[in-house]
Design a protein around this ligand. Sequence first.
Ligand SMILES: Cc1cc2nc3c(=O)[nH]c(=O)nc-3n(C[C@H](O)[C@H](O)[C@H](O)COP(=O)(O)OP(=O)(O)OC[C@H]3O[C@@H](n4cnc5c(N)ncnc54)[C@H](O)[C@@H]3O)c2cc1C
Length: 391
Amino acid sequence: MQFRDSPEEATFRTAVRSFIKQNLPKDYVPGDPFSEDPAGPFVREWRGSLAKRGWIAPHWPQEFGGAGMTVTEQFVFNEEMAEARAPQVGGMGVAMIGPILIRFGTEEQQKEHLPRITSGEAHWCQGYSEPGSGSDLASLQTRAVRDGDDYVINGQKIWTSGAHRANWMFALTRTDPDAPKHRGISMLLVDMKSPGVQVRPLITMAGDHVFNEVFFQDVRVPAQNLVGEENRGWYIGAALLDFERSNVAGSVALKHTVADLVQYVKETAGRGAPGQVTRQVRNELADRAVEAELARLISYRIISMQRQGQIPNYEASMNKLFRTEAMQRTTQTAMRLVGMYGNLYRGAKLAPRDGRWPHSYVAAVSGTIAAGTSEVNRNVIATRGLGLPRS
Ligand SMILES: Cc1cc2nc3c(=O)[nH]c(=O)nc-3n(C[C@H](O)[C@H](O)[C@H](O)COP(=O)(O)OP(=O)(O)OC[C@H]3O[C@@H](n4cnc5c(N)ncnc54)[C@H](O)[C@@H]3O)c2cc1C
């Protein structure tokens, strides 16, 4: 494994850094809800700068409006963006449905949707999970029935991130209820303004409006919005372009959180609670620092595999599992450190670091559920990684 940049990578890293320095809006404050509002002025300005450079969709081929970066360039790009705590743009349009349309979409679908994703005009959400289908996604029940030139959808999705802002959804629907469960699923592109689509907010226990329930009642979707072949949606959903899978941004975020805690302890040590440097605090912070470094090394392992043309499998599960559980431990350490001040939330005068840690402590719970639970990832590591038999 190579930890140092090659000369080309070092040049590219310098270019990304200087781009960020010149273009990240001066008054942008990382972690501040106004600064990070996807519809707010800072993100809009930042998106415009990225778009001019073709950097909204780093991993897409250039003919579709992407930057055509290699996996190594994407890694450097993502690492530098995370180090600068720059706002993330593009969302699921860039990360998920764009690559699917590039590979499986019709020419009309590509012409209609791809430019609107890279211009930031289209906001997409992912309609996969249902009340009875999460880890066992292939059991999904939302029905789509062909009727003339349309499909008619009835059913419900849940935990749909960003559906309240989205104008389009890529949805997995059941088109053949009699086929084996993986073979009766189709992917449809649903205009969220279609009559019969209803979005209801779900507020997380951290008090954020992140996801929603989405109900479909006799929603008509033109048949040309079918992606790929009917009943092959399961396999389409699983296929993505050759994109960087290390999630280096997540391990950099973990490192920043630990560094922020250490800095806080240094600033407040000897000045009374919160932030007493007890032996327990010292030991815990040392553990958290080691874990943050380990998370970074797992990211490097994955990018190193991708550089050699290998496809990370159980390694991606190790990465997700370790990083999200380490983030939970880090926020627990933060809460122990600030003691009773951990009851003070954003906006409270005496809240350490403006109540950032109580919020992340609660919000970090969802990290081990979203995009594959810890239990499911442990199963993958046990069976595919260690070769243990299924129970
Ligand atoms: C913040 C957040 C954002 C999300 N955004 C989206 C989104 O945009 N679109 C979308 O479609 N979905 C989204 N989801 C849903 C997410 O994909 C599901 O929550 C996840 O797949 C788990 O499914 P579930 O909630 O139905 O739990 P279940 O699958 O019902 O699991 C319940 C419990 O059983 C355990 N379990 C399940 N199967 C096994 C097994 N085989 N072996 C051992 N244990 C098992 C799980 O680990 C878990 O502890 C989001 C979730 C979160 C938390």
